[in-house]
Design a binder for this molecule. Structure first.
Ligand code: SAJ
Length: 423
């Protein structure tokens, strides 16, 4: 292993697990984050996010001295940048975190270092990163200016792990490695091969960027198809879960699951990076985004129709996170639905979310965080927004006599129907 010290910039949902897995291979890892609280928590061997088994690994890595966190970058042989790339107004990619990361590591770079951008990025962002580095370090050479023989190597290697399964997928998934030159790619591949069991496949930097955006857009388009089917089925009074199960019995059909909308910081965001680059040509991708973004409104319309049947309904919302078994509320359609129901004063709102201990500020004082038991006891209307494992085992008898809006189909899928099979 030629990379003796690796620095990971951004200790969030991707950076922290990556830093920890590298440290578990007995590599010296310096994690850098602007969030002092997160840095302190990690240095105590604890974590500030929810991801299965990560706490154990962080504890081991910190106590064995392989992982330390800091707010100030230090010299290292390789820098992995895993900062957020949200969008800003007009659904345009916001590269300000990448720019800040570049400016913070530039002063500690030395000849021979490797800089890898892992953050999901629009096409051209890695080259922009290299230009930001070069602006600060005119004493070093960069691939955009001198090609293969640059002092600093720069590559894009997009993360592609699934929240909730990050530790397994970090090791097992294939990685796409797009260097700005061949030597950049080879240096990055060598680094990933220290912990990745999947294949590390080399390509050019722009293809690597578009590859990541393509993966998430593919999923978004497919979920949009399922969500559109659910709206069509509602209008035609057909059970969409049964419909999809039947259609999926065709050997070449594999429809995904409808839900209350698409959330998270990836699938609900990344397709816009393609739309922003080539607005005239990204029609299907844009439409899929719009279909998925409209789905929470459809759920709210169903809820309003039910709530109007009561004078002062008690409405229990099951789930706030953007998907099952995580605590992440970013771009969560469930959160949007709850906020909108509160704003529209639809009734007394109770929230059940087993993965958080405190409501987000936007809801605190306006709703109550309660247990499933309390909610099932008192609610007139029950809205299932996230298919958390705790909700799968709810006694269906307790839903009797209530209005149930099940956006994930866990309580309304036809069960044990022999004619349908695959129960
Ligand atoms: N969803 C549905 N129906 C489905 C599948 C998902 O409504 O059948 C919803 C989820 O509830 C959630 C959203 O879509 O709101 C996204 O969830 P997800 O599990 O599909 O994906 P993410 O956002 O957690 O992670 C994705 C993954 N990308 C792909 O599967 C192509 C992951 O591999 C990426 O690393 C991640 O984005 C990322 O960081 O970009």
């Amino acid at each position: 292993m030629s990379k003796k010290r690796i620095s990971v910039i951004g200790l969030g949902y991707i950076g922290l697990p990556t830093a920890t897995v590298l440290a578990s291979r007995q590599i010296q890892v310096i994690g850098v984050d602007v969030n002092e609280k997160a840095v302190d928590t990690i240095n105590q061997g604890r974590i500030h996010i929810v991801e299965p088994d990560l706490d154990m690994l962080v504890h081991a890595a910190v106590s064995q001295g392989f992982l330390k966190a800091t707010t100030t970058p230090e010299p290292a042989d390789a820098f992995l940048i895993a900062v957020p790339t949200p969008f800003k107004e007009g659904k345009k990619p916001d590269l300000s975190y990448i720019e800040a990361a570049a400016k913070s590591i530039a002063p500690v770079l030395k000849k021979g270092d490797l800089v890898i951008l892992e953050s999901t990025s629009p096409v051209g962002a890695t080259e922009q990163l290299a230009r930001w580095l070069a602006d600060v370090r005119q004493d070093l050479t960069f691939p955009q200016d001198v090609g293969e023989h640059s002092d600093i190597r720069v590559a894009h290697c997009p993360e592609r792990v699934l929240p909730g399964h990050v530790l397994r997928e970090l090791v097992e998934n294939d990685r796409i490695v797009g260097g700005m030159t061949h030597r950049c790619s080879e240096a990055a591949r060598e680094l990933y091969e220290t912990f990745v069991r999947g294949d590390c496949i080399v390509t050019d930097v722009r293809t690597a960027e578009l590859c990541k955006l393509t993966e998430n857009s593919f999923r978004d388009v497919n979920i949009a198809f399922a969500n559109e089917l659910s709206v069509i089925s509602d209008r035609l009074k057909i059970n969409v879960w049964e419909l999809i199960r039947l259609a999926n019995r065709h050997p070449r059909v594999n429809i995904l699951q409808p839900g209350p909308g698409v959330g998270g910081h990836c699938i609900a965001v990344d397709p816009w990076f393609i739309v922003d680059s080539v607005p005239a040509d990204a029609n299907l991708i844009r439409t899929a985004r719009e279909v998925n973004d409209r789905k929470p409104k459809h759920v709210l319309a169903k809820l309003t129709a039910s709530a109007n049947r009561f004078k002062e309904p008690v409405i229990a919302m099951f789930g706030l996170s953007f998907k099952a078994n995580i605590d992440d509320l970013r771009e969560s359609p469930a959160l949007d639905i709850v906020q909108e129901a509160v704003e529209q004063k639809m009734g007394k709102i109770l929230v059940v979310e087993p993965n958080i201990s405190k409501l987000p500020t936007s809801l605190s004082g306006k709703t109550e965080l309660v247990t499933a038991d309390v909610a099932l006891e008192s609610a007139d209307i029950i809205v299932l927004l996230v298919d958390h494992k705790q909700f799968l085992t709810v006694d269906l008898d307790r839903l009797q006599e209530r209005v149930v809006i099940d956006t994930r189909g866990i309580w309304s899928k036809p069960r044990g129907n022999r004619a349908i099979g695959r129960a």
